[in-house]
Structure formats: structure tokens, C-alpha cells
Design a protein around this ligand. Structure first.
Ligand code: 5RP
Length: 233
């Protein structure tokens, strides 16, 4: 019962953060749709504005799920052929550390999320207070890897001090990303120097992307019990 109440609190807090982020949207914008439960709340709020109040925006989605949800509200979904730069992307995060250093990818959408965020003039994180940390790494870092390279990349990640584990669904089957790759969830390392680690992981052949989002977010809207904290870099 206590656990249920706690998660409900988080749902309320996530909604508050999403509501605040909605205020950043202006007519005519091209926006990036994040993925995960907090981003989903934001997409629903945004979708209601489009469907019920005639808000004119267009969007690029960071996952098939978010695209489907956006379309269900009538949000026009475009791609990077049609527009190279987004005005605003709103997305969740698994951890938010000082300097707005993030771990993302708990939902497995890190690759497209990073593409969308990197093409955004403004990248805003929405989260509840439980996502704030002093150092990244308690949440296992997701690393997206080409399937045949998984044993090789796993060894390299162990060398770096991680304990990598292939992500699986509840039924034991492997989680496959939207791009057809596997995810290694890498635990066991509190990061003293995330930028150095990111560079090392980037250099591993077979790694497609990782969930360290550094120097990308401009603003984090962190919903706590009594207030929404606006954190900038
Ligand atoms: C998905 C993500 C999510 O943004 C992250 O996992 C946070 O999710 P939630 O809002 O459900 O807590 O990176 O790949």
C-alpha cells in the first residue's frame, strides 16, 4: 500500500513538471517529443491543446510510442528531411546531476532521444525530485549496442568498472530497440568524471549510443512536494 501511494505521488509530481513545461510552447513551434512516463504526460497535455484548442505546432518524435501518441491527438509529425532544427524538446530523465548532466534511456529510447535533443535549440528536462543526484551512476547506464558486438563491448565496459547486463523483458526475451539493437544496462559505477567515461564509451566499436546526456539540457523542471525547482546549467 505504501509503495502504491509513493508511486502515485511521483505521478502527480511528474504531471506538475509536465504542466510547467507546457507553458514553454508557443504557436508555430516545431517541438521534440520525448519518451517515458513524464514525457508522455507532456505529450498528452500538448495534444489536448492541439486537438481541443487549435494550437498550431508540429513535432518530431523520439520513439515509435511517442509518435503514435502524438498522432492520436492530431499533432502533425514530421522528420528531419522537413526540418533540421527544433525550437524546443521536452523529455524525462533517469538521473539529473549538477550541471544538468543526465542519465537517460531507462525506457530504451536513448538513441532517438539524443538525436532529437541534439537538434533542439532548447532541451528541457521534466522530472520528479527523486531523479536528482549528486553523482550519476546509481541508475544503471543504458548503452545501446549492435547485437553481434555485445560480448566484446561487455568486456570493455567491465574494464571501465561497470557490470553490464543485457536488458530483457519480464518474460526473459531480449529488449530490442526501435533501431534493432540491444541495451546493456551498466551498473556498479558512481561516476566521478562522466565526460571522460562518455568519451571512452563513445570510442568502443559496436556501441551505437549511450545514455549520458552531457552539456545538452538548458533547463530542468524538477517537481518536488511544495514547488517546482527550475535548474539551469
Ligand atoms: C526513456 C527515457 C526516459 O525519459 C527516462 O527513462 C525517464 O522516464 P520516466 O519519465 O518514465 O521516469 O530516457 O528512454
Amino acid at each position: 500500500m505504501a509503495t502504491q501511494d509513493h508511486s502515485q505521488d511521483h505521478a502527480d509530481l511528474k504531471l506538475h513538471a509536465a504542466q510547467r513545461a507546457l507553458k514553454l510552447v508557443e504557436p508555430g513551434m516545431t517541438v521534440g517529443l520525448g519518451s517515458g512516463s513524464t514525457a508522455t504526460l507532456w505529450i498528452k497535455l500538448l495534444g489536448e491543446q492541439v486537438r481541443d484548442h487549435g494550437l498550431k505546432i508540429r513535432a518530431i518524435a523520439s520513439s515509435e510510442d511517442s509518435e503514435k501518441l502524438g498522432r492520436s491527438y492530431g499533432i502533425p509529425i514530421i522528420n528531419f528531411e522537413e526540418c533540421r532544427k527544433l525550437d524546443l524538446t521536452v523529455d524525462g530523465a533517469d538521473e539529473v546531476a549538477p550541471g544538468l548532466a543526465l542519465i537517460k534511456g531507462g525506457g530504451g529510447k536513448l538513441l532517438r532521444e539524443k538525436i532529437v535533443a541534439s537538434a533542439s535549440k532548447r532541451f528541457v528536462v521534466v522530472a520528479d525530485g527523486s531523479k536528482q543526484v549528486e553523482k550519476l551512476g546509481k541508475f544503471p547506464l543504458p548503452v545501446e549496442v549492435i547485437q553481434m558486438a555485445v560480448p566484446l563491448v561487455s568486456d570493455e565496459l567491465r574494464e571501465l568498472g561497470f557490470t553490464p547486463k543485457i536488458r530483457v523483458h519480464a518474460d526473459g526475451s531480449r529488449y530490442i530497440t526501435d533501431e534493432g539493437n540491444l541495451i546493456l544496462d551498466c551498473s556498479g559505477l558512481l561516476m566521478e568524471d562522466p565526460a571522460k567515461l562518455a568519451a571512452k564509451i563513445d570510442s568502443l566499436v559496436g556501441v551505437v549510443e549511450h545514455g549520458l546526456f552531457l552539456n545538452m539540457a538548458n533547463l530542468a523542471l524538477i517537481a518536488c512536494e511544495k514547488q517546482i525547482i527550475e535548474r539551469t546549467v
